[in-house]
Design a binder for this molecule. Structure first.
Ligand SMILES: Cc1ncc(COP(=O)(O)O)c(C=O)c1O
Length: 470
């Protein structure tokens, strides 16, 4: 394995003046990473990049899938000449979602692009059906929908805050409803249903205060990831949003870029919302990405319900505008091959079961001991730890202690790759670490994850104690 000694970086990403750790290869759930001149051969990828790698590294069928895809497609501009690969992928997603929920799909290259496109699809939908006054988008405090300016405008987090002067109007256009965060904001003695009802009441108030006939869409992450740390919605919350959207004739959108496409589905299929909603309560539009191509291709998408499709068909029957690489035939063919393999091998079912086992074992190993973990939460293949200074009061660590990134670094030394994030409570304080392993994990892999994460928690707890910070 070649180890470069030149530490200058020519890539304008992350750190500027030096290289980040560099991946040298991998197989299955393990990656080989060079960091500061040392090659780490045994890193278990506990987060698969950013909850992307469903099939893991070096899948044995991927060369065949890619080679076939390369033989059958180079490129056409999708608004002028379509391709069978994008049609087949759309049909596959529709057929593997509850019957009648989705009718059409747009394929693009990233989750941010998917959300940008969804905002425009919704806007055109309102115009097509003669509701052009409906311009306002309601999303949620402490949310992440991507890093383009539009996606940041509908997000609410420290990354968006950095760019607030150049975002879309936050008072007239991109409104925010309260965060849904039971660990911190469900009151003592309140049931999940009561907490949900309180949040739905605030949503309704926001709608009434802002002229319901001008609200276009309510949008949330089904299972929030990087913003809040895999906080499952309390009972009745998502169905409450659906009910309010029906009441005021507003579009209900779910962002499943990080939690969807098999990562947390209870039925061996694709959508995360199937944990919480019946097909009758399904979203009108949904963004997806990440595991769709499992990192082998850059692909994401927007799924559109029959209701939205019908309004277009009965209106202009045209989607305004397109990206050059939308519906890319090669990407769609590879994603379809990846998804067929995942479903054919029962890997969605596997990650749901093994992921829940991982979560339960982490709760058991961490929550009874004296350490910095306040909460372990998640569903299926998507889990988080939240770190606190005091478990009883849930007091967070000071921002400058940087617990999340220190935990990430210790995990790496202990042979597991996780993602540490800060600012989940109030943009500044709050430390979480995310886990989203590959769908192929075994019970032995679960044991490895739990052992390495537990060791890392104990190591960091000891360090913070020694520093007088815990
Ligand atoms: C919920 C959610 N939406 C959208 C995005 C943006 O996706 P991308 O990074 O592919 O643009 C992300 C990325 O993490 C996400 O978690």
């Amino acid at each position: 394995m070649t180890v470069t000694t030149d530490n200058d970086s020519y890539v304008f990403q992350g750190l500027i003046d030096r290289k980040l750790p560099e991946v040298q290869g991998g197989k299955g759930c393990k990656i080989i990473v060079e960091k500061n001149g040392k090659v780490h051969e045994d890193i278990f990828d506990g987060i698969t990049g950013a909850a992307v790698g469903a099939l893991g590294w070096g899948d044995e069928d991927i060369h065949g899938i890619m080679s076939e895809a390369a033989k059958t497609h180079t490129y056409t501009f999708p608004s002028l000449i379509g391709n069978p690969q994008s049609e087949e992928l759309a049909k596959f997603y529709i057929d593997n979602s509850p019957e009648g929920v989705f009718a059409s799909a747009l394929w693009c290259c990233s989750g941010s692009e998917a959300n940008e496109n969804a905002m425009k699809i919704i806007r055109q939908y309102q115009v097509e059906r003669g509701q052009s006054k409906r311009t306002k988008i309601i999303s949620r405090e402490s949310s992440y929908h991507g890093f383009t300016l539009g996606a940041l405008s509908i997000s609410h987090n420290p990354r968006a805050e950095q760019f607030k002067e150049i975002l879309l109007d936050q008072k007239e256009l991109c409104l925010k409803m309260p965060v849904c965060y039971p660990y911190r904001f469900m009151k003592k003695g309140e049931t999940e249903e009561e907490y949900s009802a309180r949040l739905i009441d605030s949503l309704e108030k926001l709608i009434l205060d802002n002229d319901p006939t001008t609200i276009s869409v309510v949008l949330v992450e089904t299972l929030p990831g990087s913003s809040l740390g895999t906080t499952p919605p309390p009972k009745g919350y998502l169905s409450g949003i659906r009910r309010i959207c029906n009441k005021y004739d507003i579009v209900f959108m779910l962002d499943e870029v990080m939690c969807g496409t098999g990562r947390s589905n209870p039925n061996g299929k694709l959508n995360c919302w199937e944990n919480f909603l019946t097909p009758e309560e399904a979203p009108d539009i949904q963004s997806v990405g990440k595991t769709l191509g499992s990192g082998y291709v850059t692909i994401a998408g927007v799924l559109v319900s029959p209701k939205i499709k019908k309004a277009y068909v009965e209106g202009t029957n045209m989607v305004i505008g397109s990206h050059t690489y939308a519906s890319h035939g090669f990407n769609c063919a590879v994603a379809l091959g990846v998804q067929k393999k995942i479903l054919g091998n029962g890997l969605t079912k596997n990650i749901f079961e093994k992921g829940n086992l991982m979560g339960a074992k982490l709760q058991e190993a961490l929550l009874k001991e004296d350490n910095i973990v306040g909460d372990v939460r998640g569903i299926g293949g998507f889990w988080s730890l939240e770190f606190v200074k005091d478990r009883a009061t849930k007091e967070p660590f000071p921002y400058k202690t940087d617990v999340a990134h220190r935990f990430e670094a210790i995990c790496f030394e202990n042979g597991i790759n996780v993602m540490g994030m800060q600012g989940n409570i109030d943009f500044v304080s709050g430390d979480i670490a995310l886990l989203a392993p590959s769908f192929i994990i075994t019970e032995d892999d679960v044991a490895t994850i739990v052992e390495r994460v537990t060791k890392s928690v104990n190591d960091l707890t000891a360090e913070l104690k020694a520093e007088g910070l815990f």
